[in-house]
Design a protein around this ligand. Structure first.
Ligand code: UD1
Ligand code: CA
Length: 453
């Protein structure tokens, strides 16, 4: 069995991004560029991955976590110099080494698999992915001899006009035989720009009579390198389209695919309908038979089956089944809406649980609260949870009826089946089955007819 390892080059600053964030941490489809590359390697069964970090390396390590190995490159003297930094970790520990730029996020595991197979079959010391993009500007050009064999890569900075006219380019993805790679990496010499180019290895191999194999990728998008924000937006478009097609083929209806922006990290079950202008991002899961949108934003949330979310924003929240939200509501972090909850228009919830079948139809704020089952929250109800210093909790028992415009001044408890009158300011606990009315609210016996609410 051949053993494989990969080196991901991610030490560069990415000057052309004009960003404080290292280039490889810019997200595409909700996932860092370099994470796309690492995931594709994992799917191609290359488990041992060394990431070469340098510029803002702590940030990159933090984002990628401890499951990977890292090599530091400082200063950053080019892609060849970057690959050299992995030598102490990998030499003698892998037969074949795949080197990949951290800025080719659209690469698929199928293409990597194909390349790896070709590399082993052909016995080449180097196999590289090439492509013919519509615009080769800025990329390394592939030089082939009269027999069509790859004999070198000419970086654009060094290329003569005749070489610039070549339209086949280097994708920044290579397989190397390890015993050839390690000593030859040390033979690289600085280019005119002062950098050590990894791509100079191709000429070195060819000149010493070694076989170099070029594998042409038909879909140039897949090996597109991201150097600036125009490329970033183009890659986002590709990832979005892939996600949309995958979801549609899995049984999700996207009424207007072009206006549904869905992160690759989101999961959506069949027979859910996504209406126009909807964003679903982060670690979100949505069950089947839901209707989401139009004009909704859902981030890092868990949503069950048969839910309807219309023109609303849901963030870091959990909705069980058959929950309705909107139009125009904001379900914020830590909200938990149990099965059958209805939040109508202009409602806001935060760090609160609403029990089964509780209804909150109009203009309410519920924060830091525990609301029971089958509670009616009248229009304009507010949990006054903040006294200027601390947040306090509100607890409302099952079957309580909160009258319109009630102010629940926390900390406060409303008992089961209790009622608050319209416009009451409740600053003391209301026992079960009692009525609270007035400003400040006074406790009374409940009039019998109110039991029918
Ligand atoms: C590189 C290739 C070019 C190819 C193109 C494909 C070289 C010399 N050129 O050019 O032939 O067509 O990719 O997209 O390799 N990096 C480091 N350390 C460094 C410099 C770069 O880790 O010192 C990393 C970067 O973080 C990046 C990757 O290497 O992820 C590629 O670097 P970049 O500067 O984008 O190379 P290109 O100019 O695009
Ligand atoms: Ca690049």
């Amino acid at each position: 069995m051949t053993s494989w390892a990969a080196i991901v080059l991610a030490a560069g600053k990415g000057t052309r991004m004009k960003s404080r964030l290292p280039k490889v941490l810019h997200c595409i489809g909700g996932k860092e560029m370099v994470r796309h590359v690492i995931d594709a390697l994992g799917q191609a069964s290359i488990q041992r991955v060394v990431v070469v970090v340098g510029h803002e390396s702590a940030l990159v390590r933090d984002a990628l976590g401890d499951a990977l190995e890292y090599a530091e490159q400082a200063p950053q003297l080019g892609t060849g110099h970057a690959a050299q930094q992995a030598r102490p970790i990998l030499e003698g520990r892998a037969d074949q080494v795949l080197v990949i730029n951290g800025d080719v996020p659209l690469i698929t595991s199928q293409t990597l698999d194909k390349m790896v197979r070709r590399h082993l079959e052909s016995g080449a010391v180097i196999t590289l992915l090439t492509t013919v993009p519509s615009d080769p500007a800025g990329l390394g050009r592939i030089v082939r001899d009269g027999n069509g064999e790859v004999v070198g890569i000419m970086e654009e900075k060094e290329a003569a006009p005749s070489e610039k006219a070549l339209c086949e380019v280097n994708s920044g993805v290579y397989c190397f035989g390890a015993t050839w790679l390690w000593p030859n990496l040390e033979r690289l010499r600085r280019s005119g720009s002062g950098e050590l180019y990894l791509t100079d290895l191709i000429g070195l191999a060819a000149r010493s009579g070694q076989k170099v194999e070029g594998v042409v990728v038909q879909d140039a998008d897949e090996v597109m390198g991201i150097n600036n924000r125009v490329h970033l937006a183009a890659a986002e478009g590709v990832v979005q389209q892939r996600t949309r097609e995958k979801l549609m083929l899995e049984g999700v209806t996207l009424v207007d695919p072009a206006s549904a922006f869905i992160d690759a990290t989101a999961r959506i079950a069949p027979d859910t309908v996504i209406l126009p202008n909807t964003m679903i991002s982060g670690e979100t899961s949505i069950g089947g038979d839901c209707e989401i949108g139009p004009n909704s934003v859902i981030r890092d949330s868990r949503i069950g089956r048969h839910c309807r979310i219309t023109a609303s924003v849901i963030e870091e929240a959990t909705l069980e089944n058959e929950v309705e939200v909107g139009p125009f509501s904001h379900i914020r972090a830590g909200s938990y809406l149990a099965t059958g909850v209805h939040v109508g228009n202009f409602g806001e919830t935060k760090q609160s649980r609403l029990g089964r079948n509780t209804r909150m139809g109009h203009f309410s704020y519920i924060g830091d609260a525990e609301i029971g089952d089958e509670v009616n929250i009248g229009a304009g109800t507010i949990t006054c949870n903040y006294d200027g210093v601390t947040k306090h909790r509100t607890v409302v028992g099952d079957h309580a009826f909160i009258g319109s415009d009630s102010m629940l001044v926390a900390p406060v408890r409303i008992g089961e089946r209790a009622v608050t009158g319209a416009g009451s300011v409740v600053n003391k606990d209301v026992p079960a089955d009692k009525l609270a009315v007035g400003v400040p609210a006074r406790i009374r016996a409940k009039r019998p007819r109110q039991d029918t609410y």
